[in-house]
Design a protein around this ligand. Structure first.
Ligand code: PLP
Length: 460
């Protein structure tokens, strides 16, 4: 679909159910001026999401000004685990701004002290220090910086290599992007740092060999010796696919890291705070990292990220050497504390595990029905539905996009497909979604899938 066509409203059947309401053409004509302004004044790189203009979002629903209402399966890209617009978070923000205390830079504040203490108490040892930032990419950059500092202090300059995984996503800043696993996203860097290498992620579909020996073999092929490695950086599940690595693989990786004094870093930016049915997704592996990065669901709303780690690693840089203007912003800290309260009080981690069973059972049925689904991955309330050409292990990004757009027209909102060939449909509703709304949205998704398959077959 070309971009101009995307801004042309399309007549769609009217939908009015308990949880969804689509009563205008899509995109809604009265929201077009907003979309056009964004297209005019923002770079092209920011386009590409389904054309819904969010006016307000509450709980598991998103509303526009034209009277349409969606069941949200995006959580604003995995931010609002606790639901959109939580009154508890709004109240915490209100109290903080009316104190008033809006910014402190690196000066101390009580709310920042409360937050870092709370986080360390939630984390298992040896994760006993926390660095706060605003974005996930910054937290990843921090982890890279400390890992390299640790490596070269332990093994000299040689021990600087960061090993990560193909198809990984860790952010779009210079270091985080180089640690990522999509070569096409790195062309602009030109002088790639040879100290970043990637090996295949053991997803069990695109990569058949899920043994840890294969990890060692790939490192060897890349000419990297264990003594060269400062850290292995891994998303606890791959954002691009929602795939977890086998538990045994990660346990062997942990042992190998211990043997060679290599830091193990889990990027939990997308996976943390209940999304997968555990507070931290690394609990699924029964392994604790040396460093971990958090973002998104950590605050449930405002820009807040963190890099947690071993004290002997995070204390390597001296006072005043790592200032960051907005890190530990008091309003964001207050919102984050309120978010953590909600997760705990409402048992959202357990809820994610329970509803995840409903979600994954249904998606397994869908996979049986449609050969266009290569596999379904994920745990708890995150799933990746991988669209393929039937009978071939070939991603079908056109189908994935068609499914997402048709779902939007039926009142189920997802972000644009991600991953290899743009063929992974990600499903990640707020953890507070009622079970009947989840089932209703799955029904609509199945209808959209069926229609998209028909239209794809006709177009082929
Ligand atoms: N790491 C992972 C696993 C992510 O999913 C993301 C964002 O999607 C990032 C890092 C980067 O976070 P941010 O966009 O806040 O910089």
């Amino acid at each position: 679909m070309d971009h101009i066509a995307e801004l042309k409203p399309r007549q769609v059947p009217r939908i009015e159910t308990r949880y969804r309401r689509i009563v205008t053409p899509i995109p809604a004509p009265e929201t077009l001026a907003v979309l056009e302004a964004l297209w005019r004044y923002e770079p092209v790189a920011l386009r590409g999401q389904p054309p819904v203009v969010w006016d307000r979002a509450e709980g598991f629903q998103v509303f526009d000004k034209a009277g349409n209402c969606w069941i949200d399966w995006s959580s604003g890209v995995l931010i609002t685990n606790v639901g959109h617009g939580r009154p508890e978070i709004i109240e915490a923000i209100r109290q903080q701004i009316s104190r008033p205390l809006l910014a402190t830079f690196g000066f101390a504040s009580e709310v920042r002290a409360r937050l870092v203490e709370r986080l360390v108490k939630l984390l298992p040892p040896p994760l006993e220090k926390v660095f706060l930032f605003s974005t996930g990419s910054e937290a990843v950059e921090c982890a890279i910086k400390f890992a390299r500092t640790y490596g070269i202090r332990k093994g000299g300059k040689r021990k600087h290599v960061i090993v990560s995984f193909l198809q990984a996503f860790h952010g779009r800043t210079l270091g985080a992007q180089q640690a990522g696993g999509f070569p096409e996203l790195k062309e602009w860097i030109v002088n790639l740092d040879p100290g970043f290498v990637q090996v295949p992620f053991p997803d069990g579909y695109w990569v058949d060999d899920v043994s840890f020996d294969f990890f060692l073999h790939c490192l060897d092929e890349l000419g990297v010796k264990p003594e060269d490695v400062a850290a292995v950086l891994m998303e606890t599940y791959q954002g691009a696919t929602a795939c977890f690595a086998p538990r045994q693989y990660v346990q062997e990786l942990r042992t190998w890291c211990n043997e060679h004094d290599v830091l193990l870093i889990f990027d939990e930016i997308q996976a943390g705070f209940g999304r997968t049915g555990k507070l931290f997704a690394f609990e699924h592996y029964e392994v604790v990292p040396d460093l971990a990065t958090f973002g998104k669901g950590l605050s449930g709303a405002l820009p807040q990220s963190a890099c947690a780690g071993r004290a002997d690693v995070l204390d390597l840089h001296p006072p005043l050497s790592m200032t960051n203007t907005h890190a530990g912003n008091p309003v964001c800290c207050a919102a984050t504390l309120a978010n953590l309260d909600v997760i705990e009080r409402e048992g959202l981690v357990e809820r994610s595990a329970q509803l995840g069973m409903v979600l994954h059972r249904r998606l397994a049925g869908l996979k049986e029905r449609f050969p266009h689904i290569g596999f379904v991955a994920g745990k708890g309330l995150v799933a990746g539905v991988h669209c393929v050409v039937p009978g071939a292990k070939k991603p079908d990004g056109v189908l994935a996009r068609e499914v997402v757009w048709r779902s939007m027209e039926k009142g189920v909102l997802m972000f644009a497909p991600v991953g290899y060939g743009g063929a992974t449909i990600k499903i990640c509703p707020p953890l507070v979604i009622p079970e009947d709304a989840l089932v209703e949205s799955l029904d609509a998704f199945e209808e959209a899938f069926e229609e998209a398959v028909k239209s794809r077959e006709q177009g082929r």
